[in-house]
Design a protein around this ligand. Structure first.
Ligand code: COA
Length: 293
């Protein structure tokens, strides 16, 4: 099976302009590349302008599409408004906001300073709120319709997860915002959806979160029923669908793309997967023998 194939037809996003926060690297970059291949103009934002400019140039050369780099720390509302206005200046309008920028510290919670906790909440929850509010207010004020907000969350937004508590707390808030605004802003022609990705390795985040040989010790693909991690194109396919007109009736949804990972941890008897066939034979024989007695 080739799950790295590109899903949508050429020009599926032609005419759309898209803002991807945290678009300079990792999954944001992968989604940006595919949006450009499908004909969209994309603005990528982060704190690191040089990295953004390099990515924009690389992707323009690779795809022949249009990508601009706009510096913005999503934690500061003034910077977010300035970023929005700069993108609108260049593109005329914006159709899609992809809240992808994130930060995460893997740590026992009691070891985190109050400022460390705030840092993650500020990037993930406040940053997504800042961007959503800035673009939403503009669209509503200008009576522009057919807009989409797509938020990248995580499956532990609803299960919670030990050792990433600030991230779990913030992503749960982003998910609540997604569902709330899906209803409240539908009347303005603004859809809100989310994607909850499982393990999709990226160099930056994974090296930082699981440094050294921790990556091998905690091989996350072993936790996935499909026994593999995700390919970036698989996520890009889903994101492209959710920002395209093909998903015009999808609103307030969070789509999990994790190979079944979170459910594996949830089902009461899922750990019986460890039982080999011979043992099942023995167990069946024992149960049948008991029935007969
Ligand atoms: N574990 C625990 N605490 C940490 C930490 C870590 N790995 N790294 C920094 N902190 C603490 C700092 O000590 C500081 O707290 P203090 O003032 O009480 O000492 C606080 O967090 C803020 O640190 P600072 O370095 O000023 O943060 P920053 O705003 O410059 O950068 C990030 C924070 C998250 C943006 C940065 O680490 C980063 O770029 N991460 C990459 C993005 C990422 O994490 N991606 C994963 C996506 S899931």
């Amino acid at each position: 099976m080739d799950y790295t194939q590109k899903m949508l037809r050429d020009d599926a996003l032609k005419g759309k302009s898209i803002v991807v926060t945290g678009g300079g690297s990792g999954l944001g970059k992968a989604m940006t590349r595919y949006f450009m291949e499908l004909g969209a103009k994309v603005a990528i934002t982060s704190r690191n302008l040089e990295k953004l400019q390099n990515t924009a140039k690389e992707l323009e050369e690779e795809t022949g599409g249009k990508c601009i780099a706009v510096q913005c720390d999503v934690r500061n509302y003034d910077e977010v408004e300035a970023m929005r206005d700069a993108v609108i200046d260049q593109f005329g309008s914006v159709d899609v906001l992809l809240n992808n920028a994130a930060g995460n510290f893997i740590s026992p919670t009691e070891r985190l300073s109050a400022n460390a906790f705030d840092t993650i909440i500020d990037i993930v929850l406040k940053g997504s709120k800042n961007c959503t509010l800035a673009f939403g207010k503009h669209w509503i004020d200008k009576k522009e319709k057919d807009k989409t907000v797509l938020n990248i969350v995580t499956t532990y937004a609803w299960t919670g997860s030990a050792y990433v508590v600030p991230s779990a707390t913030a992503k749960a808030g982003v998910l609540a915002m997604t569902r709330s605004l899906a209803v409240e802003w539908a009347k303005y022609g603004i859809r809100s959806n989310a994607i909850a990705p499982g393990p999709f390795p990226t160099k930056g985040a994974w090296d930082r979160l699981l440094p050294g040989d921790l990556k091998d010790k905690f091989d996350l693909s072993k936790k996935v029923p499909l026994k593999r991690v995700g390919e970036h194109q698989e996520l890009a396919n889903l994101a492209a669908y959710l920002v395209s007109d093909f998903s015009a009736y999808v609103n307030g949804e969070v789509i999990t793309i994790d190979g079944g990972e979170w459910l594996k941890g949830a089902g009461q008897f899922n750990l019986l997967e460890a039982i080999p066939e011979e043992l099942w034979d023995q167990l069946e024989a024992m149960i049948k023998a008991k029935k007969g007695s």
